[in-house]
Design a protein around this ligand. Sequence first.
Ligand SMILES: [Zn+2]
Length: 189
Amino acid sequence: MTDSVALVKQFDNMRAFMMKVMEENRQLKHRCEVFEASEKRFTETITKQSEAYEETIREAEFTIEELETKLSDKDKYEETIRVLQTKIASQHQEFHFAIVDKDKKIAELEKKVNRKAYEKKYKEQNKDKIKKQNKEYKEKNKEVIKSKGAEIVNCPCGKTHRYDNTRRHKMSAFHQKWLAGHSETQTSP
Ligand SMILES: [Zn+2]
């Protein structure tokens, strides 16, 4: 009687442990999703790792349910639970370390994503206000904008162009050719 009570308690502990791990996993995965596009390779690694130990957890749940229906061979159960728990713990640790390793980067990207979302929302909600402000700014700074546009810029490619032609110059064949040659000679870290 005492034995089976102890065993059931062990099962319960194991379940609580698995649920804790699953919840942590869910949160970590959510953090990874934030920068899926910018860090695809990293996300793939993380996804593989988290899927691997979620698979172990499912296996453990199945095993526990199986064992619970036949509470007779206590030693065997204890060993099985111990093995599963160790496996889950080590897989979880690997996953956790991978996240911690990239934590700073994740935080930076999260910030960036949040800022972008905020800016987008702000722009959508304040369309008229922004339009009016832009118009006012242009009106007020007409002369400055005009003279700024006429300023001559010395591009590092060797050409000169009017400030308000910057975009067009950057797209020009000459500048693009220079840029391609320039980036070839640069050694990236
Ligand atoms: Zn140029």
